[in-house]
Design a protein around this ligand. Structure first.
Ligand code: GDP
Length: 200
């Protein structure tokens, strides 16, 4: 499960523009500011790679990164911009949902959830939507190193609350991985998890 090589392949505006070489892929999804770029950078240990998607105009695109010439990490647009208009949110959902439903090579979605805040409705809604559409899902909790959160609960408490809410809505329990891009927690576990799913 080692990452030897990562290459940015392309940004696509629509699902049908995505690479067609049938390699397995993992889509990384989450609210903006959840720590997606940091996690992708930590996974591939290459600072410049995920930054591509942060360039203006690229945040609303599907960005494909080829790992070891054999599988893709797919950086999807973040959801839940506080300031986004209703129209912008609708655009996000129709465009991204089209990708999920039509992408045969999608092995699993890694849904990033910020462990430093209480469960957010938009994350639960997203998980429920994926579950209803039978899209394989792994929860990746981010920022698990943030032990001192002003006022709120600790990451382990937020994670427990989130898991409880999910258990009420799911028949099959998705996998959970705790990560921190600061300490490197969960990196190897996540890479191993992805390699197991690819070979399944
Ligand atoms: P994105 O918008 O989802 O791509 O989020 P970023 O990767 O840009 O991270 C958003 C903010 O959270 C930045 O200020 C990061 O430094 C911070 N951040 C990201 N990951 C972690 C983490 O694992 N631990 C802590 N403490 N902060 C993080």
């Amino acid at each position: 499960s080692r990452v030897k090589e990562v290459e940015f392949v392309k940004s696509s505006a629509r699902a049908r523009d995505c690479p067609k070489d049938n390699k397995p892929e993992f889509a990384i999804l989450g609210r903006s500011n959840v720590g997606k770029s940091s996690l992708i950078n930590a996974l591939v240990r290459k600072k410049e790679v995920a930054l591509t998607s942060k360039k203006p105009g690229k945040t609303q695109l599907i960005n494909h990164f080829l790992v070891n010439k054999s599988w893709y990490i797919v950086d999807l647009p973040g959801y839940g911009f506080a300031k986004a208009s209703e129209t912008a949110r609708m655009d996000w959902s129709s465009f991204t949902k089209g990708y999920f439903i039509n992408r045969d090579t999608l092995v699993a979605v890694l849904l990033l959830v910020d462990a430093s805040v209480p469960p957010q409705k938009i994350d639960l809604d997203c998980a429920n939507w994926l579950g209803r559409n039978n899209i394989p899902l792994t929860f990746v909790f981010t920022k698990c190193d943030k032990m001192k959160v002003s006022k709120g609960k600790r990451p382990d408490e937020n994670i427990r609350d989130f898991q409880q809410l999910i258990r009420q809505n799911y028949k099959v329990h998705p996998s959970w991985i705790m990560t921190s891009s600061v300490t490197g927690l969960g990196r190897d576990e996540l890479l191993l998890h992805m390699s197991q799913l690819r070979n399944y």
